[in-house]
Design a protein. Structure first.
Length: 99
């Protein structure tokens, strides 16, 4: 709220709350669908034998939002001279020091 423009602190909080609530709803729906797909439960045609697989899939799904981060899938966020430094060539830094 301190970084928001004047009179927009409440809007930022409202948007953040909205995103968190939407994420919670999507997560609940996906977990319910996965529970059905893995036939988890204590009903007569269900069991808990696939619980380990269910947990692994849920943990992997928790990493999916990382793909939405800008620059996660490409290297555009790296400095221009990063490739040169990795190849062992001499790189001059902005302050004049050499590596």
């Amino acid at each position: 709220a301190d970084c928001a423009p004047k009179d927009f602190g409440a809007l930022g909080f409202a948007v953040l709350s909205l995103v968190l609530d939407l994420g919670d709803q999507v997560s609940s729906r996906l977990a319910a669908s996965l529970t059905e797909a893995f036939h988890l439960g204590s009903d007569k045609d269900r069991s808990w034998t696939h619980l380990g697989s269910f947990v692994v899939v849920c943990r992997l799904c928790a990493l999916l939002p990382l793909c939405l981060l800008p620059g996660f899938a490409d290297d555009r966020h790296l400095p221009e001279n990063c490739d040169q430094a990795q190849q062992g060539t001499e790189v001059t830094l902005q302050d004049g020091a050499q590596t």
